[in-house]
Design a protein around this ligand. Structure first.
Ligand code: NAD
Length: 507
């Protein structure tokens, strides 16, 4: 496996994976994969043709026949091997991930680790996929359930976690006995492809995992393909809503994990130093490009006095390339993303918010071409402003002030998104009230980024999620399997013949 990065525009092409073969796409539509700190071209990604998507799905359909019959222990052992390989290659993949995505190397390692945890969990599918059994539900009758795979499944992933999110999807789908077609983000597919290589090395058979690249056309082809039974999507709300609708209308199971505007509510009794550190880390880490990033701080009552400290702490963060030691805030993914963030900052100014800290026009020596936006802080924000209503997906924190916890809860529940939220307090009663009344999928109590570990499932409410079952944990085993219920009676020769029974009762 060669993880060295091409150094010029003759960059290597990213391959499709179809039926166990690395395939050079025949498309005429290519896009560069670009280092966001330098604009260096790292690779060229194809937008696959309709024939290539069909070939990937057909390969998955053929492979399904044998794979669904492969013993569960054999499937788990491949995941055991995969987790060992990911550990072994983690540093090398993190370097590629940091280069193509822009996050710091430490954060890239975290991206891989959070995915690795899902692979570890996949190793216990034997007990996760067990059915239920009830003996003697009627005379001599037993009822039991089988959790069977559903067929060819597909996954569509965003740019911000190119390791973790593909690993939310294909390991769990495959270990449950399905075959898979993955469509990674076209902006940073290189680290995802290294993980796919490792999956083949771990023993995932030919055709069980396939990869196609591209954008809307490929996604739409997946959503409408008659063979595909289930689609997992992670990305923005606009695209997720489209995918949910299109794939749903074509008879597929769909889970769509979407955009966010995560509020941190700060009560005056909170531990001041810990809270401020948490807000700055969660607001500006990974350049605010985490779906669970804190993007709104709701200061309740006297906690508003901490705003100058929040600003002072944010000012200390070091903006630099993710590969440089000591970097806190790396570049955002693309010049387009940077322009959009800056346009939203300008809208905040125009709509009357106070720009306490302006991250526009930062210059990073040695990386003058990078897509950098520095930590940006707004106060005096109201709920009608675009910087409040829209997901910015950059290092921009907006502060609102309210007088009571009740007002804060109502504010959070009125926002259309419901991905994550946090409460900072020392009061158990306040925390209990908050966790009970808040309508948000992931709740942190003195935890800024409450992403669940894989034996729970990632959740979300309202504008942040469509579909009832979330990624990983027990929910995803339900998503990637169908339940069959068997009711059985076995007769032996000594059975008493009870005659014809025309009722529906089992006796
Ligand atoms: P995106 O929606 O632009 O892209 C996601 C995927 O959809 C990509 O694979 C892309 O190729 C494809 N796509 C893009 N435009 C499309 C279109 N018009 N039709 C069909 N498919 C299309 O998202 P992104 O910018 O890559 O990622 C950032 C977004 O993802 C943010 O909104 C973030 O909050 C969200 N996100 C959510 C979660 C979660 O679990 N809720 C996790 C990570 C990221």
């Amino acid at each position: 496996m060669n993880a060295s990065l091409p150094s010029d525009t003759q960059a290597a092409t990213v391959k499709l994976l179809i039926d166990g073969e690395w395939v050079e796409s025949r498309t005429t539509h290519w896009q560069n994969v670009v280092n966001p700190a330098t604009q260096q071209v790292l690779g060229r990604v194809p937008f696959a043709t309709a024939e290539e998507v069909n070939a990937a799905v057909a390969a998955a359909e053929r492979a399904y026949v044998q794979w669904r019959a492969t013993p569960i222990g054999a499937r788990m052992r491949i995941m055991l091997k995969l987790q060992a390989l990911i550990r072994e290659h983690s540093k090398r993949i993190a370097a590629v991930l940091s280069a193509e995505q822009g996050k710091t190397v430490a954060d890239a390692e975290g991206d891989i680790f959070r995915g690795l945890e899902v692979v570890e969990h996949a190793c216990s599918v034997g007990s996760l996929q067990m059915g239920e059994f009830a003996e003697n539900v009627a005379g001599g009758v037993d009822t039991y359930t089988l959790r069977q795979p559903i067929g060819v499944c597909a996954g569509i992933t965003p740019f911000n976690f190119p390791a973790m999110i593909p690993l939310w999807m294909f390991p769990m789908a495959i270990v449950c006995g399905n075959t898979f077609v993955l469509k990674p983000s076209e902006q940073d597919p290189l680290s995802t492809m290294l993980l796919v290589e490792l999956a083949l090395e771990a023993g995932v058979p030919q055709g069980v995992l396939n990869v196609v690249h591209g954008g809307k056309e490929v996604v739409d082809a997946i959503c409408t393909h008659p063979t595909i039974k289930a689609v997992s999507f992670v990305g923005s709300t606009a695209v997720g809503t489209h995918v949910y609708d299109l794939a749903g209308r074509h008879g597929k199971r769909v889970q769509a994990m979407m955009g966010a505007k995560n509020h941190a509510v700060v009560l005056p009794d909170a531990n001041r130093e810990q809270t401020l550190n948490a807000l700055v880390g969660a607001g500006f880490g990974a350049a605010g490009q985490r779906c669970m990033a804190t993007s709104v701080v709701v200061m309740v009552g006297e906690s508003r006095k901490w705003i100058p400290d929040l600003k002072a702490l944010a000012q200390q963060l070091k903006v630099n390339a993710g590969s440089e030691p000591g970097t806190d805030v790396g570049p955002v993914i693309s010049p387009r993303a940077k322009a959009r963030i800056e346009e939203l900052i300008e809208s905040g100014v125009q709509q009357g918010a106070r720009l306490e800290l302006d991250g526009r026009n930062v210059s990073v020596p040695g990386y003058e071409q990078g897509n950098f936006v520095g930590p940006t802080l707004f106060t005096g924000v109201t709920t009608d402003m675009r910087i409040y209503t829209e997901e910015i997906f950059g290092p921009v924190l907006v502060v609102l002030e309210v007088d009571t916890l009740d007002e804060a809860i109502a504010l959070v529940n009125r926002n259309p998104f419901g991905n994550g939220t946090g409460l900072f307090t020392q009061s158990g009663a306040a925390a209990r009230k908050f966790q009970s009344e808040i309508d948000v999928g992931q709740v942190g109590i003195n935890i800024p980024i409450p992403v669940p570990v894989p034996f729970f499932s990632f959740t979300g409410s309202r504008g942040s999620k469509l579909g009832d079952l979330g990624p990983y944990g027990k929910q995803v085993v339900q998503f990637y399997t169908q339940t069959k219920t068997v009711t059985a009676r076995w007769f032996d020769d000594a059975s008493v013949n009870t005659g014809v029974n025309t009722t529906i009762h089992l006796r």
